[in-house]
Design a binder for this molecule. Structure first.
Ligand code: BES
Ligand code: ZN
Length: 441
């Protein structure tokens, strides 16, 4: 099977981790990966967890070689809104050299690029130049709730010198990009309860608080007009950007124009004193990911809904602790809420931010591998997205993570028409081989 065939096969599994409707597809994807890795000669185990399975695969580990842990995720985000897909989300379709499918970039295309790189090397040489451990999970998109305990429980089996991941972006097509930092995340759901039943808004309106109005008011207390978060203590300990980062990010070109074009937003918005890239890669935020309550059907309905809700996620930077941020947010929202409503607050998943030195020996090895693959100058960036397990690799295994992304800025990850260029699949195969060569002792 060619790398492309393998990727198309992997993409046809609808491995949506958040929705139990897709549990059988998610498991089938894991089982397919196990058979693929076993067929390559790797010793492969499917580990059950309370959620989706974790896969561990290894070559024969030899004394005196470097041990590299390669991580990826086989789960994907939901496909909605379905009507906006130009081809069905789980039928990979090639148009203009790109594969369109949910998971094409995030993360199956990048994962299969590595698997294919390994398969080629193993077929040619019978072994790899390093001790390799593959760790693939099916819950990254829901915060890796079972991988963190798995890491603790299997810390000896997973011991390594460093971790490598391709699950981040490139600044532009063909530009090798090394990501040395990620934002962390902390999620929370808030229900605003009012009366015990929906009420006629004419009969009771004015005397009973409207939970939908109160949700809007509470959400409105989160930011000032420029987007700075108003939760007391939110910015405590936040580490400043270093001068070299600000300079080298400016050298990447006009980020504002690119972000305007990619997003279609009428204008950019953000904290004063920071460029658009600095806001996305190195500043913390509070985002409303969902808000609702009350009548959503056609026409009007004069009702006071008995409850409303909003869903928040905070993106965090070095110096912020996710659990502490949730404590501060909860205390702040409770203090802002009037007595006329009751808040029910559910904490969601968390993951720490990550920062490493791109000029460390392993950082330089990663840059050389990117250079060998893409040529030209290597962009050194941080990213705004999160991979919740990365800081846990540092805490539990003591290993730094090299983030060697293959996603293009217009890959539409998490959105309709997600896509991955076949050229990046091929580049990823070369990158895998260059990286292992660089890391071999
Ligand atoms: N691949 C992304 C993370 C990413 C995207 C990093 C772009 C850098 C640039 C990953 O699959 C992802 O989407 N993570 C989630 C994690 C969350 C659900 C816990 C995210 O960042 O929203
Ligand atoms: Zn993702």
């Amino acid at each position: 099977m060619s790398a492309l065939d393998d990727l198309l096969t992997c993409l046809r599994f609808a491995s949506v981790s958040t929705d139990s409707k897709f549990n059988a597809d998610t498991r089938a994807c894991a089982e397919w990966l196990v058979s693929k890795l076993t067929g390559m000669g790797l010793t492969t185990t499917l580990h059950e967890t309370p959620g989706h399975p974790v896969i561990v695969a290894k070559n024969k580990h030899l004394e005196g070689r470097r041990t590299v842990l390669l991580y990826g995720h086989y789960d994907v985000q939901p496909v909605e809104p379905l009507a906006e897909w130009l081809s069905p989300p789980f039928e990979p379709t090639i148009r203009d050299g790109r594969i369109y499918c949910r998971g094409a970039t995030d993360n199956k295309g990048q994962l299969i690029a590595h698997v294919s790189g390994l398969a080629e090397t193993l077929a040619e040489h019978g072994d790899l130049p390093v001790n390799l451990t593959l760790l693939f999970e099916g819950e990254e998109e829901i915060g890796s709730p079972n991988l963190k305990p798995f890491l603790q429980a299997h810390r000896e089996e997973l011991a390594c010198d460093l971790v490598a991941i391709s699950d981040t972006g490139m600044v532009a097509e063909g530009v090798g990009t090394f990501t040395y930092g990620l934002r962390g995340i902390a999620c929370m759901e808030v229900k605003v309860h009012g009366p015990t039943i929906d009420l006629h808004s004419g009969i009771f309106g004015g005397a009973v608080a409207n939970p939908a109005t109160m949700a809007a008011r509470l959400v409105g207390t989160l930011h000032d007009a420029e987007g700075r978060v108003l939760i007391p203590g939110f910015y405590d300990g936040v580490r400043d950007l270093q001068d070299w980062e600000r300079t080298s990010w400016k050298d990447l070109g006009d980020g504002e124009a690119e972000t305007l074009a990619l997003t279609g937003a009428p204008a950019l918005f953000g904290e004063a004193g920071y460029t658009e890239r600095e806001c996305r890669w190195a500043r913390p935020t509070a985002e409303v990911n969902g808000i609702g309550g009350g009548y959503q059907g056609e026409g009007s309905k004069t009702v006071i809904p008995r409850e409303s809700f909003f869903k928040l996620s905070f993106r965090l930077v070095p110096g912020q602790n996710p659990e502490r941020i949730l404590d501060l947010a909860e205390a702040y929202l409770r203090a802002q809420a009037p007595k006329s409503v009751r808040l029910e607050i559910k904490r969601g998943h968390t993951g720490s931010s990550y920062l490493m030195d791109p000029h460390s020996p392993y950082g330089l090895a990663a840059q050389r591998a990117l250079q060998a693959t893409f040529g030209g100058q290597i962009a050194l960036i941080r990213e705004g997205g999160s991979i919740p397990i990365v800081q846990a690799f540092k805490d539990v295994l003591g290993a730094d993570t090299l983030l060697l992304g293959l996603a293009l800025p217009d890959c539409q990850a998490h959105a309709p028409n997600e896509n991955f260029p076949i050229a990046n699949l091929e580049a990823g195969i070369r990158l895998n081989q260059a990286l292992l060569r660089e890391l071999a002792i």
